[in-house]
Design a protein around this ligand. Structure first.
Ligand SMILES: [Zn+2]
Length: 456
């Protein structure tokens, strides 16, 4: 019989906190490490991760095909000798070895020796993509998430509403574990508006003095509208933290407090967070190596060039993520000391999905980037929708925006010019009245607005 180990036996908490200090002490310690210390830690942990990942068939097979020897890592730069992989490789692994694929470092049988969880991503079409999390992975992942939430303004003892969707996805759960276990917050787990109606969410926030509502930026703005209908100015709700993913400027204007951006995803939790200088997101380099590669070739790009994010985590004990090309777009800053005192490398905020790329007359364009350019034009609201389609043998793009002006000819010309100046290619521009894009974006019916449709 397998020996039953409960969480306190399975996780060495002293070791965990020494390797990955939690907030707030992290910001007085490892956050301020000098470059040599940061990179020495990364190299040591990278070697250990490579050794462990090599035991997992998915990595062992790919590495042997590519001629990559995990024991040959001598410097951080050697990491680029390992092949990258994308979600397509994960899907193929699951198809060949259902339902778990061959990329998990642990199996359900291991749950007897430690508490484990299973979360999935994707799966709206086709099979969902499972990840098994060991007790250690849950704890460190939650601790990293709590670091980001702390910098974003959440403090121990705060009442926090968690309005993310508690589902088979990791998102709501890791937020819950982060604020409950690592920031001693009192969590009210409302879930989305389908579970707890929006009016009730606002009532709970007021009644219990919530300091933050964890959800998408779009849903938070919807709650602001609901609050106004109930006779409350959103600025008076008493929120002191806005750790929400979405339109930073609109959120700040609506609630009257600053928004610091962050970046993370299902399989690895929180990777980076903006500091109060608001010039790039510092990467938690004791737990990650972040690279930026060319979207098409997968080759590493120099600092300052936009490409796809490739993540190697340095902390997990279950399913490794070793050079995972997540196809989110960002840019790496060169390592230099930030005015906040930290030497941790910075990355630009999420700039869109690499797989939404449209090649327009030889130029790579991303819908989210076009939206940012178009909505910055005076007279245009924050709403936009981008459609790609094919005419003859040519890909075309139309950017639709919204203006409150009666005569929109000037706005249309100004948006077209701004897009042409920035991208160097002519594209269609449509200007509609407020509300005209709601059917396309799903405003009022979906949690995360749709900004792009590929009709090619
Ligand atoms: Zn900083």
């Amino acid at each position: 019989m397998t020996e039953l180990r409960r969480v306190r036996e399975a996780v060495d908490y002293d070791k965990l906190e020494q390797l990955y200090p939690p907030a707030p002490e992290y910001f007085e310690g490892a956050w301020l490490d000098d470059p040599a210390t940061i990179e020495a830690k990364q190299l040591e942990r990278l070697k250990a991760r490579a050794t462990e990942a090599a035991k997992v068939p998915f990595f062992a097979n790919r590495w042997s095909e590519a001629g990559f020897d995990p024991d040959a890592i001598k410097t951080l730069a050697d990491l680029t000798n390992a092949p990258t992989y994308t979600v397509d490789d994960i899907r193929a692994s699951i198809e060949a070895n259902p339902p778990f694929g061959d990329y998990q470092g642990v199996s359900v049988d291991d749950a007897a020796t430690q508490p484990m969880r299973l979360f999935t991503s994707g799966g709206t079409t086709g099979r969902s993509r499972p990840t098994l999390y060991t007790a250690w992975d849950r704890e460190v992942g939650a601790l990293l998430t709590a670091r980001a939430l702390y910098l974003q303004g959440i403090r121990p003892g705060d009442v926090v509403i968690n309005a993310w969707a508690y589902s088979t996805h990791n998102g709501a759960h890791i937020m819950d574990e982060a604020v409950y276990k690592w920031l001693n917050c009192v969590v009210i787990s409302t879930g989305t508006g389908n579970v707890t109606p929006s009016k009730k969410q606002v009532e709970l926030a007021i009644e219990y003095g919530a300091k933050a509502i964890l959800t998408t930026g779009d849903y938070l703005l919807h709650l602001a509208d609901v609050a106004r209908e109930m006779g409350h100015d959103p600025k008076d709700l008493g929120l002191t933290a806005l750790p929400n993913i979405g339109d930073t400027e609109t959120l700040e204007a609506t609630f009257g407090i600053p928004v610091l951006q962050s970046y993370g995803f299902h399989e690895v939790q929180w990777v980076a967070v903006e500091c109060p200088e608001k010039d790039g997101l510092h990467i938690f380099e004791d737990a990650f190596v972040v690279e930026i590669v060319d979207v098409e070739t997968g080759e590493p790009l120099p600092d300052g060039e936009q490409g796809a994010i490739v993540i190697t985590e340095l902390y997990k004990t279950g399913s490794p993520q070793f050079r995972y090309n997540i196809m989110d777009l960002s840019t790496l800053y060169p390592r230099e000391q930030c005015a906040c005192g930290s030497w941790l490398r910075k990355m630009a905020p999420f700039a869109g999905r690499g797989d939404n790329m449209v090649k327009l007359r030889g130029v790579n364009v991303w819908p989210e980037a076009l939206g940012a350019i178009a909505t910055a034009v005076p007279g245009v609201t924050d709403d936009y929708f981008v459609r790609a389609y094919r005419t003859g043998n040519r890909d075309e793009i139309t950017v639709s925006v919204v203006s409150e002006q009666a005569d929109t000819a000037d706005v249309q010309a100004a948006v077209a010019k701004a897009l042409h100046d920035a991208v160097g290619v002519k594209m269609g521009v449509e200007v509609g009245a407020p509300g005209s894009l709601d059917l396309s974006t799903g405003f009022g019916t979906v949690a995360k607005l749709v900004r792009f449709r590929d009709d090619r």
